[in-house]
Design a protein around this ligand. Structure first.
Ligand SMILES: Nc1ncnc2c1ncn2[C@@H]1O[C@H](COP(=O)(O)OP(=O)(O)OP(=O)(O)O)[C@@H](O)[C@H]1O
Ligand SMILES: [Mg+2]
Length: 566
């Protein structure tokens, strides 16, 4: 392409050397150089090699004349735009001129040449060419800049895409790392949980199995005098195991709760003697109970357990003595300025706060204390289930627990429970002195666990009931549909194939007033008894004492004797 420093070329073609010299002398100026040709052929060669601003052609030349050269130039892509001025010595009649213009001339100049005219015409072409060059250079510069810009945009986009790709990879990597951390934390928690359960159960099983073993030996040797001791030891271990499973179920929020409207102040009053006994003399117990406390809806036994757990934690935090305060308050988390504790919705709650002036909880332990089996106490002194139970119970009751602790100063644990509009239940549970007996009533027992089934049957038969038993609930259906007399059905809740609740529906379809007693380890999805039980149904949770079972059976069979089939 054009270069600004390069001279502009005029092609002059004439067969006479002196004409060429004269033309050159006439047109000479800065920035202009001449290409001379003595014939049309020579001129063509120069035209193909150079960029020409103006061709000045003599018309009459031997060989290829000026017109032929011009026609040739107009026929070639490379030279068709080169302006041509014919110089003619002959007479410039109309016909000649016509031929010249037809051949592509822009002008016709008669020899002898008038120097000024030719010079000014040549200047026009010189300037035109120079301007064209500048425009071409500018547009090339523009195109180059655009190209560079496009390239930069391209490079930048590629860089950004690369960065984005890296970011994506890093995010994926981080997510993978987080997932694997979560997984390992979960495995650690599960490990801690199963390890804790296994450890505690092994201790208790040792107590049970050991005692049973010793009893068998003593009975074989007919040495009956110390049997009571071993029986007590086995029962104590088994009861500890039962309370452990209770606390586990409480934590997993799958315990069977019996929420009733409760007066918390009265409940605290009733356990105060127990609390006193548990505390050393160096601990001062204070209770600050709010007046006119509304009733809460909660399971009384579990609430007692929860408060006792908190009291024992407070006691353990004050080995040198201190002050333990149990406080109740009515709180309205619906007020505009109230800060609602995490996990609660706005509304009215009763709060029981247990505070101590003990060691407090170090910051790094704080978020672990609710984990099951997390304990800082020596082996044998803490199972690490106390706060887990409190947490699970609070959640399951529609409330929450809040922990506030300052290392070295003490701890306050607040248990918030939702209030209820229902009036207080005054339950006077009359516990019969002696185990009640039956009188030949027929009891249908459906239980898939052979050991539990055997125990239930044994105890019922001992109490003078007649027992029909099934391991599989579907096997019991034909009997329920028959006319055979049945006075009570006892059914496990969780059984393969058909749940106890489904079996109860079948039973009630045939016998609408048949009393039903459920035995349950835990009733998933139906942990609140009220939702699960309908009229003349009752529930007893495993493990239960045989005395409890006898009382329930007696209560249910004495309400109706012999249910007619529908
Ligand atoms: N009032 C408190 N002051 C100081 N630390 C406490 C208090 N309450 C709980 N903790 C800490 O939280 C841990 C867990 O308590 P949690 O009640 O769950 O189990 P535990 O008391 O160790 O055992 P368990 O209650 O099963 O006998 C305790 O070991 C203790 O480190
Ligand atoms: Mg505890």
């Amino acid at each position: 392409m054009n270069n600004a420093g390069e001279p502009i070329h005029f092609l002059i073609v004439d067969d006479l050397e002196e004409n060429l010299v004269a033309l050159e002398a006439l047109l000479r100026r800065d920035g202009l150089s001449f290409l001379r040709a003595r014939s049309g052929e020579e001129a063509l060669e120069l035209l193909l090699r150079h960029e020409i601003a103006l061709a000045l052609l003599d018309v009459q030349m031997p060989g290829m004349d000026g017109f032929e050269l011009a026609e040739f130039m107009r026929g070639s892509e490379r030279t068709r735009h080169v302006p041509i001025i014919f110089l003619t010595a002959g007479s410039a009649d109309g016909q000649r001129r016509f031929r010249g213009y037809e051949a592509g001339a822009v002008d016709f100049i008669q020899k002898p040449i008038e120097g000024d005219i030719l010079s000014s015409k040549a200047t026009v072409f010189f300037d035109l060419h120079r301007q064209r060059r500048e425009i071409e250079q500018q547009s090339k510069a523009l195109a180059d800049a655009a190209g560079r810009l496009e390239m930069q945009v391209h490079e930048r986009t590629a860089e950004l895409e690369h960065a984005l790709e890296r970011l994506r990879a890093e995010t994926a990597e981080r997510e993978r790392a987080e997932a694997s951390l979560r997984q390992s934390q979960k495995m650690e928690a599960v490990g801690q949980l199963t390890g804790g359960i296994a450890h505690d159960f092994n201790n208790m099983l040792t107590g049970i199995i050991g005692s049973l073993d010793l009893m068998r030996r003593r009975i074989e040797a007919k040495r009956y005098e110390e049997l009571d001791r071993f029986m007590d030891a086995a029962t104590t271990s088994a009861q500890r195991a039962a309370s452990l499973t209770h606390r586990l179920l409480a934590f997993s929020r799958r315990q069977s709760l019996d929420p009733q409207p409760l007066d918390i102040n009265a409940l605290i009053g009733s356990i105060t003697p127990l609390v006193h006994n548990a505390l050393s003399e160096q601990i001062a117990l204070e209770t600050t109970l709010a007046e006119d406390l509304p009733a809460v809806l909660a399971d009384a036994n579990q609430l007692e357990n929860a408060i006792l757990n908190l009291v024992l934690n407070a006691r353990d935090a004050m080995p040198e003595g201190g002050r333990l305060v149990i406080e109740t308050a009515h709180e309205d988390f619906g007020m505009p300025c109230a800060t609602i504790p995490p996990g609660l919705s706005a509304g009215h709650y009763v709060t029981v706060a247990v505070s101590d002036t003990g060691t407090g909880i170090p910051q790094d332990v704080m978020d672990k204390v609710f984990d099951p089996f997390f304990t800082t106490k020596p082996v044998g002194l803490g199972t690490g289930l106390g706060l887990s139970m409190v947490y699970g119970f609070a959640k399951q009751s529609g409330g929450a627990v809040q922990l506030d602790s300052r290392p070295g100063l003490g701890t306050t644990v607040r248990l918030h429970l939702p209030i209820t509009a229902a009036t207080l239940a005054h339950k006077g549970v009359a516990v019969p002195e002696a185990t009640p007996r039956g009188d030949g009533e027929r009891v249908l027992v459906v239980e898939d666990d052979p050991a539990v089934r055997m125990l239930v049957r044994e105890v019922l038969e001992e109490l003078h009931y007649e027992v029909v038993e099934f391991a599989d609930p579907s096997d019991a259906v034909p009997l329920l549909a028959s006319g055979t007399r049945i006075d009570l059905m006892i059914s496990d809740v969780g059984m393969p194939g058909m749940t106890g609740r489904e079996l109860a529906d079948v039973a009630r379809a045939h016998r609408p007033s048949l009393p039903i007693l459920f035995i349950t380890g835990y009733a998933e999805n139906a942990t609140l008894r009220g939702d699960f039980l309908s009229e003349n149904m009752s529930m007893i949770t495993k493990p239960f004492s045989l005395g409890d079972l006898a009382i329930r059976v007696s209560e249910l069979t004495s309400s109706t004797v012999g249910t007619p089939i529908s």
